[in-house]
Ligand binder design. Structure first.
Ligand code: SF4
Ligand code: SF4
Length: 352
């Protein structure tokens, strides 16, 4: 039985609503940054605090995902002296209302698994932000170029407090979370139902790689060779990825006193040279094609082997959109499917 209610709001009503919500929440949503893109005269769309309806970029996919609200590109975790440390203060004192698409909200489930359920210890600095977040689902009336959320099953979600269908003069807002009801008492009820994508033009198949024997055969397949020349190892795909979580920690010591400093966590990437360097200077994936292979197999096999949760991908399409070398992640996945089939046909994986 549907317990949520939907309300109809004009644009000015949404501004009024935001003013009321802002007493309790900081509202984060995708915002267009004019001229802030990679190339001249290109914009970028980033997650920023918003106060008004018109600030939200509703009609295009954000350049980066909502993960930047939870795990900024760089953040100070704590400050230290010789014998004590102090935790960094949180940027937001209020709770956070985070606007995002179904795929992006689903990506937070994957982030949660990696930061909160990967071993015995939760990541404290992730959790302290995560505990403050409620989601506002943004309806996808049309798909964006290169999306394939229907192939990853991330086209729907029920993990939201409110859901919005913004359309200028008439805006529909479904209220699912009791806590939000009080903000909507003055608005007209509507029978609108929030829509989810049901089919994408782009369809992607994820290979089923059932065991390590097949992984090892796939690792030696020649399909990876082309990426040695094509990929430049810039890490742009993983920084933009909704589900990638790699970071590095650095202790910054202050010039005047080397016993005092701060520990920072900075977004990183398995695609970068030296990311996997260990004590003694050894590195496991020296070639770019090996790093690309690692990334793809982690998405398709490694994450699922660890969490039994399907691929580590929500089909947002940002990785391909951000790649300066025009490397298509869906095309790689399709090649991987062909390679798996080829190995099976050759009888090269008796255990599958
Ligand atoms: S791998 Fe690509 S499509 Fe999948 S979640 Fe990451 S950026 Fe989106
Ligand atoms: S964005 Fe493209 S070129 Fe850069 S690391 Fe990723 S696949 Fe390679």
């Amino acid at each position: 039985m549907k317990v949520s209610k939907t309300y109809q709001l004009k644009a000015e009503d949404v501004d009024e609503l935001f003013a009321k919500l802002e007493q309790k929440y900081v509202i984060y949503a995708p915002v267009r940054i004019q001229g802030g893109g990679r190339y001249a005269k290109q914009d970028s769309i980033l997650y920023k605090p918003v106060h008004k309806y018109e600030e939200i970029e509703y009609n295009e996919r954000s350049t980066y995902s909502m993960k930047e609200v939870l795990t900024p590109i760089t953040q100070t975790l704590f400050y230290f002296t010789e014998d004590e440390y102090r935790e960094s203060k949180m940027k937001e004192k209020k709770d956070i209302l985070l606007f995002g698409r179904a795929c992006d909200i689903n990506s937070i489930k994957i982030q949660d698994r990696i930061y909160l359920k990967n071993g015995d210890t939760e990541d404290y600095f992730y959790k302290r932000v995560r505990d403050k977040i409620k989601f506002a689902l943004m309806e996808c009336a049309d798909e964006f170029d290169g999306c394939f959320c229907c192939s990853t099953g991330t086209n729907r979600t029920d993990m939201y407090s409110i859901a919005v269908s913004f359309g200028g003069d008439i805006n529909n807002v479904e209220v699912k979370d009791e806590e939000f009801r009080k903000y909507f008492q003055n608005y007209k009820l509507s029978d609108y139902e929030i829509k989810f994508p049901v089919e994408n033009k782009l369809k992607v198949k994820f290979s089923v790689i059932e065991n390590l024997d097949m992984v090892n055969k796939i690792k030696n397949h020649p399909m990876w060779d082309e990426f040695e020349d094509r990929c430049i190892g810039c890490g742009s795909c993983t920084v933009a990825c909704s589900t990638c979580t790699c970071f590095e920690t650095t202790d910054i010591v202050y010039t005047q006193n080397a016993n005092v400093g701060e520990r920072r966590r900075t977004c990183s990437s398995c695609m970068l040279e030296n990311f996997d360097e260990v004590a003694g200077g050894n590195s496991f994936r020296k070639k770019i094609s090996e790093r690309y292979r690692y990334k793809i197999l982690h998405k398709v096999y490694g994450y699922n082997a660890r969490f039994n949760d399907g691929p580590m991908c929500v089909g947002c399409g940002r990785c391909s959109a951000r790649c300066p070398e025009l490397i298509s992640y869906p095309a790689t996945l399709n090649k991987l499917c062909d390679a798996v089939e080829e190995i099976k046909k050759q009888g090269g994986n008796e255990n599958v």
